[in-house]
Design a protein around this ligand. Structure first.
Ligand SMILES: C[S@@+](CC[C@H](N)C(=O)[O-])C[C@H]1O[C@@H](n2cnc3c(N)ncnc32)[C@H](O)[C@@H]1O
Length: 345
């Protein structure tokens, strides 16, 4: 989303200044917790208490203005399933006024009209989750027959309906104990679709889920996959640390609170999605600058090193990773303009 185009110049300039000063630049947001899938690896849908309420578009307008006092954010809209939100287009519009909205979804509800509306509303990037190359295994993991087929269809629709070259479509997989051999086939599906591919590392901290032992050599395997497939655009500094993260059960120091934060469906602001029970305040009730200071203080005392998911790993790699130029190059590949499908010959 921060490719070299001059679109949104003022917003980008402010973002880059905060990035250079290592300030808060990335916000993960649970717009709602409702979900139509019952994924084995996620327990959000199991916890009834998490469901109500959802943020309304009117609330997101306020949230967007208030977060802009801290600075433009890459706001990752998640949940729950964001496409279950009846005002998702208005939510994206509200965020795009000051920020860089991106979204992760399961693909089930993607149809042409909503896809076009989201792109027109100013979303920068949409990722659709696909975890296995075998449709039956993906459907079983997601607890929804037909999930694979709908996700692939969603990716095709999203790629075809983009309205500006800077808008990007990715497939994203959670790397687990039993899907490492599927990843190359998924990258090849991305090549066929003219889109790009991302991964995140499984976290066993989302409730009482089983500890799953991801193969230890996965970091080297992912780097090798990246060398062979330009469609695989995750940062090398991020995937290169997967083996270390698996061995150690996660990586520290965690930069949540300093460079990234979480806002949930009630406006509660916390370090991350796994620390919702310990908010530092609420975006509707507390002054944004006060929230920023409290986040920073919470960060300074935080010793957690329990995960290496992409919702923190990508931004932390860009800000603190070894070989910054190589990671910046990968980031450019992830966000640079991609020709619109209609214009391809
Ligand atoms: C919580 S989901 C919400 C968005 C949407 N419902 C979806 O399924 O993509 C956001 C991302 O987190 C991933 N995810 C779910 N459980 C996870 C876990 N235990 N560890 C790491 N990533 C996980 C999902 O696969 C998805 O890519």
């Amino acid at each position: 989303m921060l490719g070299l185009s001059l679109k949104d110049g003022a917003k980008k300039a402010r973002y880059l200044a905060n990035f250079a000063r290592r300030r808060l630049v990335h916000t993960n947001m649970q717009l709602l917790y409702d979900c139509n899938f019952h994924c084995r690896i996620c327990d959000f849908w199991r916890e009834k208490g998490r469901n109500p309420p959802r943020l309304s578009a009117a609330q997101v307008r306020v949230l967007s203005d208030r977060m802009a006092e801290i600075g433009p954010q890459v706001v990752s809209i998640g949940g729950g399933e964001p496409l279950l939100h009846p005002e998702l287009v208005e939510v994206v519009e509200a965020l795009a006024r000051h920020h860089f909205p991106v979204m992760i979804c399961n693909g089930w509800f993607v149809e042409e009209p909503i896809a076009r509306a989201l792109w027109r509303a100013g979303i920068y990037e949409v990722s659709v989750s696909v975890d296995y190359a075998d449709p039956a295994r993906h459907d079983a993991q997601r607890g929804m027959p037909g999930a694979f087929e709908r996700a692939l269809r969603a990716l095709e629709i999203l790629a075809r309906t983009r309205v500006a070259p800077h808008q990007r479509v990715h497939m994203i997989s959670v790397v687990m104990d039993d899907n490492v051999d599927d990843l190359e086939a998924l990258v090849l599906r991305c090549r066929e679709l003219g889109i790009t591919y991302l991964v995140t590392l499984y976290s066993d901290k989302r409730g009482a889920l089983p500890v799953r032992r991801v193969p230890n050599d996965v970091g080297a395997r992912l780097l090798e996959l990246k060398r062979r497939h330009p469609e695989f655009v995750s940062l090398r500094g991020y995937v290169g640390r997967f083996s270390e993260a698996i061995r150690a059960g996660g990586l520290g120091p965690c930069r949540a609170g300093r460079n990234l934060c979480n806002i949930d469906s009630q406006g509660d602001v916390s370090l991350c999605i796994d620390r919702l029970q310990e908010p530092v305040g609420n975006i509707f009730r507390d002054e944004p600058r006060l929230l920023e200071r409290r986040l920073r203080a919470r960060h300074d005392g935080n010793t957690c090193r329990a995960c290496w998911t992409s919702c923190r790993g990508s931004i932390e790699t860009l800000l603190y990773g070894e070989r910054p130029l190589a990671n910046l190059w990968d980031y450019h590949q992830m966000t640079r303009d991609a020709a619109l499908a209609e214009r391809r010959v």
